[in-house]
Design a protein around this ligand. Structure first.
Ligand SMILES: [Zn+2]
Length: 120
């Protein structure tokens, strides 16, 4: 099943970053994947604009995890652990499988080394 990037709402060809996220109302926790295009664009934005664009995307994903690269967890600490596993060079692929994120269109196109452990 094709999933979308919650920031640009386009099909993810290369996963650029995974974030542990909390919804703006503080109720939902999860891991959210952002595409490489958006990660590249982020680098050119001032930090304040970056947050303004990213935070609504995280809420969008946490509100509709089936549509986007998102996995909900009952606690933030579990999401932080999952992001840590995604960033580990030896465990990343297994973590992707466990999250249900490793499937046809991403195989061989992942930027595993670029998955980072930012926490918002
Ligand atoms: Zn994107």
């Amino acid at each position: 099943m094709s999933k979308l990037c919650p920031r640009c709402r386009l099909l993810v060809l290369v996963l650029g970053r995974a974030l542990a996220a909390v919804s703006s109302d503080g109720v939902r926790f999860g891991v959210v994947g952002i595409c490489q295009r958006c990660v590249s664009n982020e680098a050119q934005l001032p930090k304040t604009q970056h947050a303004k664009r990213l935070l609504p995307a995280l809420d969008r994903a946490l509100d509709d995890p089936e549509r986007y690269y998102c996995r909900l967890y009952p606690e933030l600490n579990t999401a932080i652990l999952a992001v840590g596993l995604l960033g580990h060079p030896e465990l990343s692929e297994r973590a992707m499988v466990a999250l249900g994120w490793l499937h046809g269109e991403l195989q061989g196109k992942r930027a595993v080394g670029d998955v980072c452990t930012d926490l918002f």
